[in-house]
Design a protein around this ligand. Sequence first.
Ligand code: PMP
Length: 432
Amino acid sequence: TAEGRPQEDLLARRDASFATVQEHYYGNPPRIERGWRHHMLSTDGRAYLDMVNNVTPLGHAHPRVERAVARQLRRLNTNSRFHYASVVEFSERLAALLPAPLDTVFLVNSGSEAVDLAIRLAIGATGRHDVVALREAYHGWTYASDAVSTSIADNPNALASRPDWVHTVDSPNPYRGNHRGEAATAYATEAVRTVEDLAATGRAPGAFISESFYGNAGAVALPDGYLAQVYAAVRRHGGLTIADEIQVGYGRLGSWFWGFEQQGVTPDIVTVAKAIGNGHPLGAVITSRAVAERYRDQGYFFSSTGGSPVSSIAGLTVLDTLRDEDLQGNAVRVGAHLKARLEELAERHPLIGAVHGAGLYLGVELVRDHATLEPAPEETTELCDRMLDLGVIVQPTGDHQNVLKIKPPLCIDRTAADFFTATLDRALTELR
Ligand code: PMP
């Protein structure tokens, strides 16, 4: 076993057995074998505040999940061709959380699978193969989800290497990018023009896909009205709209359970994963009965372990616990406190260009110059390394890797939020 052997040995064995393309946190990572609530514990006895785990919204090692999953494992775990209650109940609960006509659920195991299926549903329902996606986006690694992933942080060659059925529109970032502040409404106008130009050449898109709250760009809210305008244009030309809620879903934004609510729209297809199993592999695509039915004659769908008894129980337990522990409310309260503290820091540390986000999905964008917004990626990496030394796990995001992405377990409290800001304050002061 790995127990009792030196850390370097384990890292060397990791590098020998993993494909090098697989990304990892930190050059010299602590070995983490346990977690509790919003903390991770290393084998050398340190506790780290976990500011990155949107995969575990309830917190690490939640006893309610542990008990429910263990009980189900003792009873039955098998594939979803069988008939059992938990898969029905979880699907009903998911659908009930969404507005009409989103009432039909597909259960899978990951975000990439969910996005892949969403794209195929749109192609099936519209009979069209062109898809419009945002630049600076990540949607997954499977063939179709990778095709619409445009972030140059993940793949420097991303924009040049998209298949010809993928059409990208400008990253609608109101802070940095071609249109800023008030002028950011221009992004929607341009995206609408892209859709219309495609339609004029006989290639009206079958789907438009985007995160509904721009997670990959660093927790940036899309410009007001952006999705409403773009969705309308896509629909006018017969296409479907996909909201990727995998990163921001669900409850994390505090004021909104779903990111698309912030934009005042209802998508045709919604994808969720990551948080919905509290770390257990689980993803879902929710759409209307009409769209789902069109897929029947276009393609095949079955996922052996998507919606397995254990996965469904994990999904139900997450929903129950989010409700019973009022974690969306905690995202509102602790999120507002944390954002206010970070904004105070921004007044004292010129490296902070902006504090983005809502609830417990925040981004601290680091820039060398407030006028040019020159990104500060090296400083961001240095800060993350120093924060690790000081007991905080936080990571960069965005095309420039200059935004600290803040998405802790939703059970985080004010004490931990204050520890985070105090530690960031110290690390920023040392950097100067
Ligand atoms: N969509 C978004 C917005 C994501 O952030 C991710 C994961 N980072 C995915 C899709 C893919 O999810 P998974 O890693 O579960 O395949």
